[in-house]
Design a protein around this ligand. Structure first.
Ligand code: GLU
Length: 336
């Protein structure tokens, strides 16, 4: 950079000069020798991390012999909207008049608040609206509850939400507490760095500061066998907090699901996604084990949206503009 400093700096310089002159004038009048807080205190660099950000030492993921992605088969005949079978959990939801859904509000492209409308939007929310459509004949009968990663399982087991769709990886550990729908998206973990970074893949993360969402499989994957040692791992409550830490140079990289990283990259054009995918993160909707009829019904909804082109429309709306390449086929599902 050469020439005149930007206007904002010129203004700041003027303000500092004016403050210093004011201090001198005051000293001349009052013969002061001790620095006053207003004039001479050094400007401190503020290094504030997002609330709740902490260095963590996660345990590696438990070795899995199966991915636990097999879910319950859909009903042979799906009930028509507004006519849920008597005695079913769907009938309870229909009588209540709305579907309680667990969602995120800061994961751009997936579950986020549209800054203009203030409405919740994203791929996960669009999928939940399909469930509402199937129960009520309207996609709008959803009552969103914002759930932090760390509370996802509890929100479902406690009955606070009927269903949760929050970029949540299906795995055997989580399946001990909740049932999952069939897989509705296939993600995988990658790395996001500033454009000029020397990090080009997971092998370069040794000794680096890396941010990932709290209570996520992303944290565990950073310490799984084969990963470099001595990664300083930061866990944050909100996915976007990782972007703030990257922008403030408090971490060198962010590592989580590629779909989430594409959302962060869309929010900061000076970042890029690097290296290969180094985990498999199949997304499922979490539902209480008390309501297998509802899990089966949701699987019927997901099967329907996969075959009738709705899944692809939703992908095209939220993800296609930000993820290179054509829309993939909807995930292959397995029932058992
Ligand atoms: N898919 C990962 C998980 O379920 C990360 C999700 C997230 O941070 O939102 O743990």
């Amino acid at each position: 950079m050469s020439g005149r400093p930007p206007l904002s700096m010129q203004r700041r310089h003027w303000r500092l000069t004016a403050t210093a002159l004011a201090g001198l004038a005051a000293c001349a009048l009052a013969a002061c020798g001790t620095p006053t807080a207003a004039t001479d205190s050094p400007v401190r660099l503020v290094d504030v991390v997002p609330k709740g950000a902490t260095i963590v030492h996660p345990a590696p993921p438990a070795p899995q012999t199966s991915s636990c992605t097999t879910s319950l088969a859909p009903p042979t005949t799906m009930p028509s909207p507004g006519h849920m079978p008597a005695g079913s959990y769907m009938a309870q939801i229909q009588t209540r008049g709305y579907l309680r859904v667990g969602v995120d509000q800061n994961t751009y492209l997936w579950g986020y608040r549209d800054p203009v409308s203030g409405q919740l939007d994203g791929f996960d929310i669009a999928m939940l609206r399909q469930v509402s459509q199937a129960i009520f004949g309207s996609p709008d009968r959803i009552d969103p509850v914002i759930v932090r990663n760390a509370d996802r399982l509890r929100a479902v087991t406690s009955g606070d939400v009927d269903i949760l769709a929050e970029t949540m990886t299906v795995n055997c550990d989580r399946e001990k507490s909740v049932d999952f729908s069939s897989v509705y998206f296939e993600a995988g973990q990658r790395i996001l760095v500033p454009d000029n970074s020397s990090i080009t893949g997971p092998e370069d993360l040794g000794g680096k500061r890396v941010c990932a969402p709290a209570a996520s499989t992303s944290l565990q994957n950073l310490v799984k066998p084969g990963m470099p040692r001595h990664i300083q791992i930061w866990a944050v409550n909100n996915e976007t907090d990782c972007l703030v830490m990257l922008q403030q140079h408090q971490v060198d990289a962010i590592s989580t699901d590629d779909g989430i990283l594409f959302g962060l990259a869309a929010q900061d054009p000076t970042t890029e996604i690097v290296g290969p995918t180094f985990s498999s993160e199949p997304y499922g909707m979490a539902i209480s084990k008390k309501h297998p009829d509802f899990t089966s019904f949701v699987n019927g909804v997901l099967a329907q949206v996969s075959v009738d082109g709705t899944w692809t429309q939703i992908y095209d709306q939220y993800l296609l503009p930000h993820i290179p390449g054509p829309a993939p086929a909807p995930p292959t599902v397995s029932y058992g």
